[in-house]
Design a protein around this ligand. Sequence first.
Ligand code: NAD
Ligand code: GLY
Length: 354
Amino acid sequence: MTQLNVELGARSYPIRIGSGLINNKAEFNNIIKTKRVVVVTNETIQPLYLESVLSSLTDFNTSYTILPDGEQFKTLEYFEKINAYLLEQNCGRDTTLVALGGGVIGDLVGFVAACYQRGIPFVQVPTTLLSQVDSSVGGKTAVNHPLGKNMIGAFNQPQAVIIDTETLKTLPPREFAAGVAEVLKYGLICDLAFWQYLIAHQDKIQTLNDEEIRYIIQRCCEIKADIVAKDETEQGLRALLNLGHTFGHAIEAEMGYGVWLHGEAVATGMVMAAEVSLNRGYLTPTEFDEIKLAITAFNLPISKPSSMSASDFIKHMKRDKKVSDNVMRFILPSALGQSALYSDVSEAELIAIL
Ligand code: NAD
Ligand code: GLY
């Protein structure tokens, strides 16, 4: 078992990484301070892991609610349904929510926890690679709106993140690949040595070798915890974690939520950002090819949907949360393994790559 901490003063919390953690009562008993617990999960995860989690929560008054599975349910409608469940069950402020699932469940439950009776505690139990390396850490919670991805939400840190690496064994390969997109992102934004490690250990990562999987989750969480501790509400540094996301969110919104997986859209978005960097001379053609090769090797797409025009992208990108004073801002690789926020990307540069 490895423990990292997200250092946020009184709101600091542990990230615990290990095999079989959801079967361990002590994991939950040491963290949850309320008598009442509500587990929120979805219909795919319920038959796989709900029973294990419930058997670790027998010291609490526990109930659960099951949502349909999919990005298309990360909406205000389902936010409202979870709140209605809590009210029907007479849950008070002395209730802890447990988000058991991937980033969709984690983002939705975290947002409910921010709002229900003005805020109740929650614990993240992420079960996808993407949620274990990214979405469960750092307190960004949100729902989608038809006009934009993650447009309604709150910064709300969990009480703890419990990462059981065993859960990855049931993850479909396409979902695993989507998680690798966010893993590659950490290497590209700030850790060249990690980027090189990912390329060198590609085969063992793909076959879920324990040592490599544990290491990549730990390294991603270390980087994310460090960035979040320095810039919780994204005043600057944290924006780097959005490499590829401005393009990626446009793909997700335009194609319909759930058609392209978030990680797939981010993978293509990172290639698009890298192409802007190539045209600016920040990356050499060899480095640009290395990025495309690595992304392809992990079974991720590198080309935008053929149905999307430049104006489709620009329409969505103008609503991006990084837009300030009507100026679009982009995270671009400034070199291989480094990145920065740029406010001077012209529409002509975008059209050249779109
Ligand atoms: P997801 O939550 O939709 O999960 C992917 C699929 O895998 C679902 O069908 C789910 O039911 C299934 N699943 C989950 N765990 C499983 C397991 N162990 N075995 C078998 N199937 C399992 O998607 P995701 O990729 O985890 O998360 C994507 C979401 O995360 C997006 O909404 C994205 O916007 C959000 N996100 C948030 C942040 C953040 O900082 N809050 C960061 C990155 C992404
Ligand atoms: N996934 C981006 C962030 O947490 O800031």
